[in-house]
Design a protein around this ligand. Structure first.
Ligand code: FAD
Ligand code: NAD
Length: 479
């Protein structure tokens, strides 16, 4: 029987870094991954590289270029004649980007002496795992440590709008539309709803997003969320908040969606409907029960602060555990930290400083608490914001929409959160993450020089605005 120090089941952003770090620390590591692409090929990288983060960002990039060429180039004095769209080529590029990334994981395994196998892993208990290759052959393997990193799957509204893979699709299906739908419906104005809604809307789909909650992006500071909503609506996204979807019925040519809004029953007919109402942990056929791995009431694998499940020697990380948001970089950190903990190091994930980004245009990014969350937690809050309209670089880029907002502790001056909407805020948020990781005060950022002209000056200005010191924008708060 093949024996390992560590077997990871699942080769997504949580699993593959865990195997790599374990091998770097001298462990004999195996990573088993069962991902099968729609074309029948196998690849490492899980949802993120094959059907999530990477392909969605590839399409967001392509469609933003298309949108800008159509709507913004003329302002710069650039004419491009008749703009055309080759959707097949756009998809080929998306696939090439995904394949390059997932192929990279294979190379990383080779470089770090991790054994990677395509196929399924099943917990047998007693430190054993059954490996089943895609051709059906099985083998029993043993390991000192076994890590569950099996990820998540989309929530199916089975009673209201069940996926049919044709008219009613999940995010993976929505990345692969072969034609631009004329009328596109989306259920859920969360991260996937606004990202994929933006992709198809930029290419010409009339896009209606039905969101159950009355507030847009409730996890984001509401000053920032309101500005983001304003910008997305301006681009043509029809976002209807407080909409209760009653049913979605797919026919030969379209899908009819009934919903209730403002107490009135309404109907919309779409060519395609994307259901993006969240994801749930994936543990199908994993053998959790037989191995003594307990799940919570929502199906997440139960873990303690060190990722230990209820079964001796079995751990879990990434989307399959309830701790932290379902984000790739959270999974990566957990994978690395778990491998280090197993090697006896004192590593830890800082769950208070996990950045989040929504890759719309303008982008939305945040770390830490919103003003609403900070107040609800009993902090005495001081806040300050600065608009990109007051930033020279943003003006030169013709990208002045948005703002950066600091949420700070009035008693200690510590930065509690930084929320932003604007150009490249996916990159700008890193400064705030580093600041929070180091336990920075608002003054620390105020005293840090930022190059001119850069978008990062708006981060500086927002920190100054907290104490009424902003130079390039009007201070709401007086010093
Ligand atoms: P997964 O990536 O889901 O990987 C789990 C792997 O385990 C899969 O390959 C699965 O096939 C395999 N597996 C399951 N069961 C078994 C088994 N029994 N045996 C063997 N293998 C098994 N996050 C971000 O941070 N940034 C983004 O921009 C972003 N964009 C996204 C866009 C979309 C459309 C979606 C759907 C998600 C996006 N996410 C993003 C979320 C991100 O993809 C997930 O948080 C991340 O992939 C979770 O990593 P994981 O390793 O826990 O699980
Ligand atoms: P989400 O939780 O972000 O949003 C789901 C939305 O659907 C919520 O606003 C919710 O109120 C709404 N909703 C739920 N039930 C509804 C109903 N019946 N009718 C109408 N609205 C309803 O989930 P998602 O957008 O599906 O994304 C899933 C996960 O993938 C998220 O946890 C996210 O972190 C991750 N993801 C991240 C990124 C990124 O980091 N850029 C991109 C895509 C996905």
């Amino acid at each position: 029987m093949n024996e390992y120090d560590l077997i990871v089941i699942g080769g997504g952003p949580a699993g593959y870094p865990c195997a790599i770090r374990a091998a770097q620390l001298g462990m004999k590591a195996l990573c088993i991954d069962g991902w099968v692409n729609h074309d029948g090929s196998y690849s490492f990288g899980g949802t993120c590289l094959n059907a999530g983060c990477i392909p969605s960002k590839a399409l967001l990039e392509s469609t933003e270029l298309y949108y800008r060429a159509r709507h913004e180039f003329a302002t710069h004095g650039i004419g491009v004649g008749k703009l055309t769209l080759d959707l097949k080529q756009m998809h080929e590029r998306r696939q090439a980007v995904s394949k390059a990334n997932s192929g990279g994981v294979k190379l990383l395994f080779q470089a770090n002496k991790v054994e990677g196998r395509f196929g399924f892993g099943k917990l047998l208990g007693g430190g054993k795992v059954e490996y089943r290759a895609h051709d059906g052959k099985t083998e029993t393997l043993a390991a000192r440590h076994i890590v569950i990193a099996t990820g998540s799957e989309p929530v199916n509204l089975a009673k209201i709008a069940p996926f049919d893979g044709e008219r009613i699709v999940d995010s993976w299906g929505a990345l692969e539309f072969t034609d631009v739908p004329q009328r596109l419906g989306v259920i859920g104005a969360g991260v996937i709803g606004v990202e994929l809604g933006s992709v198809w809307s930029r290419l010409g789909s009339q896009t209606v997003i039905l969101e159950a909650l009355p507030n847009f992006l409730p996890m984001v500071d509401q000053q920032v969320a309101k500005e983001a909503l304003r910008q997305l609506v301006k681009q043509g996204l029809d976002i209807r908040l407080g909409a209760k979807v009653l049913s979605a019925k797919a026919g030969q040519k379209d899908v009819r969606v009934e919903f209730e809004l403002d107490g009135k029953k309404q109907t919309e007919v779409f060519d395609k409907l994307i259901v993006a109402v969240g994801r749930r942990p994936y543990t199908k056929d994993l053998g959790c029960e037989a191995a003594g791995v307990a799940l919570d009431e929502k199906g997440y694998v139960k873990t303690d602060a060190h990722y230990r499940t209820t079964a001796q020697g079995i751990y879990a990380i990434g989307d399959v555990i309830a701790r932290g948001p379902m984000l790739a970089h959270k999974g990566i950190e957990e994978g690395v930290v778990l491998a280090e903990q197993l090697a006896g190091h004192k590593s830890e994930v800082n769950y208070r400083a996990i950045p989040a980004v929504i890759y719309t245009a303008p982008e939305i990014a945040w770390v830490g608490l919103s003003e609403e969350q900070a107040k609800a937690q009993g902090y005495e809050v001081k806040s300050g914001s600065s608009p990109f309209a007051a930033n020279g670089r943003a003006r030169a880029m013709e990208a002045t929409a948005g703002l950066v907002k600091f949420i700070s502790d009035a008693k200690t001056d510590r930065v509690l959160g930084v929320h932003m909407v604007g150009p490249y805020v996916s990159e700008l948020v890193s400064e705030a993450v580093t600041a929070m990781e180091y336990g920075a005060t608002t003054e620390d950022i105020q005293l840090t020089m930022h190059a001119h002209p850069t978008l990062s000056e708006t981060v500086h200005e927002a920190a100054l605005a907290v104490d009424g010191h902003a130079i390039h924008s009007a201070n709401k708060r007086k010093a």
